[in-house]
Each structure stands twice: as C-alpha cells, then as structure tokens.
Design a protein around this ligand. Sequence first.
Ligand code: MGD
Ligand code: MGD
Ligand code: SF4
Ligand code: MO
Length: 716
Amino acid sequence: MAQAFTYCRICEPLCGLEATVEGGELIRLRPDREHPLSKGFACPKGIAMTEVQNDPDRVLHPMRRRADGEFERVSWDEALADIAARLNRIRREHGGGAIGWYFGNPASFSYSHPLWMSGFMGALGSRHFYSAGSQDVNNRFAASALLYGSPLLVPIPDLKRTDLLVMLGANPLVSHGSLVTAPRIKEDLAAIVRGGGRVVVVDPRRTETAAAFEHLPVAPDGDAWLLLSLLHVIFAEGLEDRGACDRARGVQRLREAVKDFPPEQTAVHSGVAAGDVRALARSLAASERPVVYGRTGTCLGRYGTLTAFLIDVVTLVAGGLDRVGGAIFGQSPIRIDEIAKRSGVATYGTVRSRVGGYPDVLGTFPAGVMAEEIRAPGTGRMRALIVSAGNPLNSVPGSAALGEALDELDLLVCIDLYVSDTGRKADYVLPATTFLEREDFPLPFLQNHLTPYVTWTEAVVPPRGEARQEWEIIDSLARRMRLPLGSVGAQRLLYRMGVRPSPRTMVDALLRTGPYGDWYGLRRGGLSLRKLRANPHGIILGDHQRAGTLRSRILHKDKKVHVAPPEIVAEIERLAAAPAPPDDYPLRLIGMRELRSHNSWMHNAPALMRGKRAHAARVNPKDAAEYGLQDGAPCRVTSEHGSVVLPVKVTDEMTPGTIAVPHGWGHDGGWQVANAAGGANVNLLASPDPADLEPLAGMARLNGVPVKIAPGRPPA
Ligand SMILES: Nc1nc2c(c(=O)[nH]1)N[C@H]1C(S)=C(S)[C@@H](COP(=O)(O)OP(=O)(O)OC[C@H]3O[C@@H](n4cnc5c(=O)[nH]c(N)nc54)[C@H](O)[C@@H]3O)O[C@H]1N2
Ligand SMILES: Nc1nc2c(c(=O)[nH]1)N[C@H]1C(S)=C(S)[C@@H](COP(=O)(O)OP(=O)(O)OC[C@H]3O[C@@H](n4cnc5c(=O)[nH]c(N)nc54)[C@H](O)[C@@H]3O)O[C@H]1N2
Ligand code: SF4
Ligand SMILES: [Mo]
C-alpha cells in the first residue's frame, strides 16, 4: 500500500487529500493533515470521491449510441475517426463556426482542459462557445470589465483582516466558499466575530451561515435595490470615503443615479426595512476595514451584473476597496494579467451572440441561447456540439427546450465520467479521467487564495479502463481533423512547426518566469515545477495577499475605477422601470446547495446518499398552511415555463413567500443510484427564452423565478 498526497478538485477550497493506493487502485481518501491551509479538513464530498473514482457506473470506454438508444462500446480509434470525419464534413459544408462547445464546472479545475479546448475553438474559428459561467459567475467578470477594464480583476474579501463582512447570496458553511479560496473558511468567519467584528449574511433563507452569524433577510432578486439604497444613504449623509471617491471616475453621476433610491422607497423591492438599511450603511461607513462580498445568490437574478458592480462600489465608497481587510486583488505566481492581455482571451463584449446579441464574456456566450442557436436557421447555425465536464440539461435554464434542441443536432459528443443526463442524448460518450487520474495545477484559483499559495499534483492512480485526459482527447481529435491548435500565439506557431508542448512544460515555463520564479537558475530558491514536486503539500508564498495593487493593474487608460459607465446607468434605469411580476405566480423560487450534493454529479456516491436523502422544496410554515402543504408530502411547483413535483420540507428558515429548491436532481442518466434518488430537474421551471437573460452578461434567471405551489401527486 502506498500513500500519495494530492488536492481535491471538486470545489474551490482545493483541500489537501491523502490517498491510499494499492495495485494502482484507490483504496481510500483522507484529509491531509500536513496541508498548510486545509490542515486536516476535507468535507464529505471530497472523501466520497473514492466512490466516484471506483464507481461501477463510470464510463470506461468510448461509447456510441445505437439507433435503439442503448450505448455500445467502440474503440478510441473508431470513435475519434468517425467524430473527426463528421466534424470535418460540417466544416466543409457550413464552416468551423457551426461546431459548438459547452464546458461545465469541473473543467475549470483542470489546468490543461481549458487551454486545449480554447485552442480547439480558436482554430475552428467558432463562436459557439458556452459554459456553466452564465449560470454562475460571468456577471462578476462583466462587472470587473466595466469597473477595472479587465474581466479577470476580481477582488476577494480579505477575511483574515476585515472587521465588517457583508455577505450577499453566499452560504460558505455549505459551499465552502467561492471566488475566494480559504479551506477553513468557517474558522476565518468565526475569527472576525471573535476579534470584535461582524459578519452580516444577506439571504432570503436563514442558511447555515446566516444562523451562525447575523442574518438580514432580503427579497429574492432584491439585492440591487438594497445596494442602491446603501449608496443613497452613504452619499446623502456625507459618509463616503472622500479619497477613494476622488480617485474614481463617475462619482458625480453615481450620486445622481442613486438619489432616487432612498431606503423608504426600495423596501418593497428589497424586503429590507429602511431602518435596517440606514443602520447597515452607517456601519459600513464607520468600519475601519469593511468589505461587501456576493456570490451565486446575487448572480442569478435579473440584474446580476449591476448587483456585482454595486457590491464593489459600496465597498469602495465605504473605504474598503483595495485596502487591507477590504476587497483586495490577489496575485498569482504566474503572470496571469500579462498573459491575459497578450493572448487576447480576457475579453468582454468584443463579439455578440447570433441569437439575442449578448456580449461575450471571456470569449463565451450565455448557455441560455444554445437551444435557439441550434434551432434558428441561417448562417452560423450550430450543428454539432461537444460537451465536456458539463451536464447542461440539468444546469441550464429551460431544460425542456434544450433537450428538444439537442435532438436536432447532427452530432453530440460528451466527454464525461458518466453517461450524464445530457450524455443520454449523445451520439458518443468519451471516457474522461477523474482528477485523481491526472496531474494538475490550480491555475485559475491562484489569485483567489486568501493566503498566497501554490501547489502541483501528479496523478495518484492510473486511468481506469480506457479513460483519457481531456487535453489528450482534444489533441488527437485535432490531429485527425488537421486542425492546428494553440490558444496563445506562440503555442499556435509551435504547433504549426510540428512542436507540441505538453501542458506540463508550459506550466514549468510560466512558473519559472513568474514573480516567484527561479528564472532558470538566476534566482536561487525560486519556483519551478521541480520545486513544487519536491513539496507535495504545496508552498505558502506569503501571509496575506497584498492590498494597494489595483492602480497598477487597472486596464482603463485613465487608471481609475469607473463607477458609473453608461451600461450601468442604463441598468439602473431598467431596474427602476421594471414591470410588476405576474399575480398568478405569487411565490419566488430560489436555489440552494446541500453539503452532500455537488451540482448534478455526486448523487451516485452511496456515502453521500445515505439516510434516504431526498430532494425537497423548502417552504415556510405560513405558506405551507396557506397552500395546504404537508411536510414530506409531494407538492407541485409551477412557473410560466414548466412544472415539477417533489417533496415539501416545511421550515421557518425560509422567509414567507420564498421557496428554495436545490438544482441538480431528477436524474435520467447512466448512474443507477442517482436515477433511483428521484427528485426533479428544477431548471424546467426557468425560462427557455433568450430574451429573458440578464442583458450585460447573459446570466440565467434561476433565482427569484415567479412560481405557484400546490399539493401534488408524484408522476405515475
Ligand atoms: N437552478 C440552478 N441551476 C444552477 C445553479 C443554481 O444555483 N441553481 N448553479 C449553477 C452553477 S454555479 C454551476 S457551476 C452549474 C454546473 O453545471 P454543469 O457544469 O453543466 O454541470 P455539473 O452538474 O457540474 O456536471 C458536471 C459533469 O461533469 C462530469 N465530470 C466530473 N468531473 C469531471 C472531469 O474531471 N472531467 C470530465 N470530462 N467530466 C467530469 C460529471 O460527471 C458531470 O456530468 O450549475 C448551474 N445551474
Ligand atoms: N456542498 C456543495 N458545495 C458547493 C457546490 C455544491 O453543489 N454543493 N457547488 C459549488 C459551486 S459550482 C459554486 S458556484 C459555489 C457557490 O457558492 P455559494 O454561492 O456560496 O453557494 P450557495 O449555497 O448556492 O449560496 C447561494 C445563496 O444565495 C441565496 N440566494 C438565493 N437567491 C438570492 C437572492 O436573490 N439574494 C440573495 N442575497 N441571496 C439569494 C441562497 O439562499 C443561498 O444561500 O458552491 C460550490 N460549492
Ligand atoms: S470542501 Fe470538500 S469538495 Fe470542496 S475541495 Fe474541500 S474536500 Fe473537496
Ligand atoms: Mo458554480
């Protein structure tokens, strides 16, 4: 038996894991006690990854769907040859722009997969590039592009030094933190309070985090109203940080824009009493080290980009932006800023989608237009789709319409661990390695580390069956299609010359020439891949991320934070003119996460499903009484777009008028435990209409969906 150290790549804390391996097989995963950040913490999902790794339902060979809908095993050679030929036929007849790609959340946890995938799409010259981002964080990137001129300048809350954290739409005690990597985040939050500070959790549900700290209930989709009123009060009472305002651009316009939003008038939209808003505004202004932070609860409404934008603006006006204990901009040991600038991948609004005219965010379009992009005739129609590490049928709004559209494709290929709900419709399912079967480097997360840190891992077990890494699959496909890969100029040139750099050599070069690099021996003790390999628990690079770096990193020509660009002013006007919601759907649906689920893909691990776990809609006792619902009995939730049946859970953690349903349930894939778990696909309730997406980043509207509820009978 051998032990190996690695890190978990299910969610953003990237906790250290110790793997026990015997005869090339994973026996057990345990928390790594020597990991300098997670220090022996890992959650149930990380531990249960053993069951995913060894799952009998995993896809271990390329599979082709037969006419009867069942899958048959084929060789890699056969699969790749047929896929390449079919893609090339589409290219000949309709151009590379008819081929699309959707990548899901796990893709971002691999350093090599995104690089090779964007190389592939770049070489095809296709704009049909979609991701889970439009259901997650693209609004945050868009807000940063507007504020700082770069979508990748996303601040993290300086949790170890703040004295007032106002947290909107995040539940880190369950999600373990997102857009900030802090594996022991629960302790970091508790320490704020222990040090005399405050943690205020703004959420329609009294979440695990809200219950542990101060809870300020908010109406679903009410955050923008609340933030505008916080600004209103701070300006009206002359409490703004003058220095910070003097250094920003557009403050006068912003002042004008928020004049019409006194808390007494916005309370009906935000659900927060005027007195509470005024008190919070004063606390923020009085705090030495304030920070406002928001996550998915603030991203998936009608005003996601505006909300993310206002979150930073409130921090700025309160004096916390780019300051110790506020919202700070972390740095990576790899020169991400520069690479992003030079490679031209850090784009926002450079191109627009064919359907809906949405701006691109980092070169991708909203997944909510995919169905229409497949169906709408004309040039640029999407005819083939590759899905890697994603399950869009279960994660994108308007699942019914998307399902029908996928059936119209000439070719659908899924690269996955399982036959997912989406994979069920694929012509081919290609077996991917798990993260335990691949080497890795936390490329996109390095600047989010609260404590600067870097690590590298080798694969801890060889691939099961014939599983392959995504970059290898893409590489072989590109070769067969005679497509020169290369996401950055130099890489493309090398490919043309027949040199094919591996992801590993690329990372070594980036590390060695980065700010901590060894410069090939010029700086002794500097970073290189060799040094990382000699430190299996990773290397701490400093005590804290630095504050005060923003000015040198802003990409706006005037080097100022832009607090009132026309796009945002227009959004404020749109918000003020919003029509009243339909009366016949009196309740608001929101999402939530569960400790033992991970989006849609861990419901097949028996360890996570113990205790007869079931999907449920959480409903306040008052609403339950009003609509005749009984705890544990089935209910029917109906929106303008669809209807689902699932059990009710009556709980006073919900604010009246709001119901919470986790996404990622209601399976019909090749995963037996998950299929048997029941539940429903909540995204059947979200609008399939591209016109209903949020305008500035194409964010899906998954929170605040108008619904009604009634006792329901489970489907026969
Ligand atoms: N209603 C509602 N919908 C939501 C959300 C919400 O809050 N409410 N949240 C949204 C968010 S934040 C996200 S991130 C998305 C997630 O949406 P998606 O990323 O589309 O879906 P996942 O459920 O994460 O499915 C990931 C798929 O990748 C596979 N997989 C796992 N690891 C690997 C790997 O290493 N390689 C490969 N090739 N495949 C792998 C899994 O088997 C699974 O099929 O859902 C979004 N949808
Ligand atoms: N256990 C577990 N952990 C996960 C995941 C998982 O599926 N399971 N998924 C991972 C992924 S992909 C992501 S992106 C992160 C997300 O990380 P978080 O954003 O922290 O995750 P959530 O728990 O969904 O928190 C969102 C909160 O927003 C609230 N909310 C809903 N609507 C509104 C609203 O209109 N306004 C406000 N203020 N709040 C609202 C919900 O009640 C919920 O508490 O979690 C990651 N971690
Ligand atoms: S919190 Fe759990 S799932 Fe997330 S990285 Fe840590 S062990 Fe993995
Ligand atoms: Mo996510």
